[in-house]
Design a protein around this ligand. Structure first.
Ligand SMILES: [Zn+2]
Length: 467
């Protein structure tokens, strides 16, 4: 990988472990450096620690100081749709109607290279403005959209995962792939883009309702030929969708079985949503090393339901999790806003689990795991997301050897009331301890949005600065 060389001085916060495994003392899973120095060589973190300790080792390097900011690893969006930028916030439908009414007509436009290229500019601008430096994205059934996605990502030197999005039923005829064309075009795109620069390829069956056995078999064949590729799909998002999937795959006892049957469930497999997965399906995800992308903005916007966060984080069978904006089912690119909604979903889950509605459903241990502390939240958006995507050897925190993608947050920006709120949490507004940094971050995630993202850096170079 190529990238820039720089040294950044400022206040740093990152995660070094899974905070769910440190319940009650989650700060042990995080790292806070009040006055730190991050040294980047060719886009890779070469040194990191306190300024006093690190600076003397690099006397010749010019230092960029980012005062009054909290610097975090770049956010990782585990589930987003490149061709849905323009249909953000579409009115009035749940998933299956929404796809037919709003989504397929818009995505059809991405056969046009000029349209797709303009859209790619808007898409990556929006990601960076939200502090997102890596995404796993869906494209459309036209290879043009995948090509323009990867070309734009490469121009910006961003670490991304995407792939041709296969669908051979449940869409207008001119939107569908055939299983054979999907196989051939995917193979061509893998050879052209996978591991070229920072691009990574995901074999992408859109969802079981839109994919026949034959298309799923094309995915299996691709995974067997290209085992290094990722797999990206949707699962158990909406009850009507789940019923349709069951009708299409009557030999499968549940939705997860569709992916098991076609040899897809395993490491580097991510399914978005998983709102209605059974306990047994979650256990099978855990055992297989497969991941779910939790998309609360979308799950609420489309009325899909409340993802059982605490159940997914069962210590006996933990499921790898990322957070996803799921734009345009989700109505914002900002993972800060996604974390806000994720927090609320956990709180709603706990209305059932605390026993106040039905004492027989009380489960205080699961309820505790639903509580999205700032440590847990920003873990999902950084190191946890990287772990779910099997990218934690290269992304997710400030360990040396990792890629230098990061975001500088202004914890006082945003709503008019923000700065005064933050000054109650941290007098003076400048955190001195890890607990104070977490207090500020909780304020950011519950009150904040893009306005808190002051700068976003990709591979050691500034890629976005709030005007
Ligand atoms: Zn989606």
């Amino acid at each position: 990988m190529t990238g820039a060389t720089c040294a950044i001085r400022g206040t740093f916060f990152d995660l070094v472990d899974d905070p769910w495994t440190h319940a009650g003392r989650e700060q042990e899973a995080a790292r806070f450096i009040r006055d730190g120095l991050l040294v980047v060589k060719d886009g890779i973190i070469a040194d990191f620690g306190t300024f006093a300790e690190v600076a003397p080792r690099h006397p010749a390097l010019p230092v960029t100081h980012l005062p009054n900011r909290l610097i975090l690893p770049g956010f990782i969006d585990g589930h987003v749709h490149f061709p849905q930028v323009r249909v953000l916030g579409a009115y009035g439908n749940q998933l299956l109607d929404w796809l037919q009414t709003w989504i397929f007509p818009e995505e059809l436009k991405y056969r046009d290279r000029g349209y797709a290229r303009v859209a790619a500019g808007h898409f990556f601008d929006a990601l960076l403005a939200g502090g997102t430096t890596t995404c796993q994205a869906f494209t459309t059934s036209s290879p043009v959209s995948s090509e323009e996605f990867f070309e734009e990502a490469a121009r910006r030197n961003m670490r991304v995962i995407a792939g041709l999005t296969g669908i051979d039923r449940f869409a207008p005829a001119d939107f569908l792939n055939t299983p054979e064309d999907f196989y051939l075009e995917s193979k061509r795109l893998i050879e052209q883009y996978h591991r070229k620069g920072r691009n990574l390829y995901a074999i992408t069956p859109r969802f079981a309702v839109g994919c026949t056995d034959a298309l799923m078999d094309s995915c299996r064949r691709l995974k067997e030929e290209f085992p290094d590729c990722w797999i990206n799909t949707h699962i158990s998002e909406n009850p009507s969708e789940i019923r349709a999937a069951r009708e299409h795959f009557p030999d499968c006892a549940d939705y997860t079985r569709v992916h098991e049957k076609h040899g897809l469930l395993g490491p580097k497999f991510t399914a978005g949503h998983g709102v209605w997965l059974s306990d047994d399906e979650m256990r099978r995800f855990s055992k297989a090393g497969a991941a779910i992308s939790f998309c609360p903005l979308s799950n609420l916007f489309l009325g899909s339901g409340l993802f059982r966060l605490g159940r997914a984080r069962d210590p006996e069978h933990p499921v790898r999790l990322s957070v996803g904006s799921d734009v345009g089912g989700g109505n914002a690119f900002s993972l800060i806003r996604v974390l806000e909604e994720a927090y609320k979903v956990g709180m709603c889950n706990n209305t059932m689990l605390d026993g106040s509605v039905n004492p027989r459903e009380q489960d205080l241990a699961e309820a505790e795991r639903n509580k999205l502390s700032p440590y847990r939240a920003f873990y999902l958006a950084t190191l946890g997301g990287a772990n779910s995507l099997y990218l934690d050897d290269m992304l997710g925190n400030f360990d040396t050897g990792k890629e230098a993608d990061f975001v500088a947050l202004d914890c006082n920006a945003g709503q008019l009331a923000m700065a005064w709120r933050q000054s109650l949490a941290v007098p003076g507004g400048v955190p001195e301890t890890i607990e104070q940094a977490a207090q500020l971050l909780f304020g950011v995630m519950t009150l904040g949005d893009d306005r808190n993202v002051d700068e976003t850096w990709v591979a050691g170079a500034r890629a976005y600065k709030k005007s």
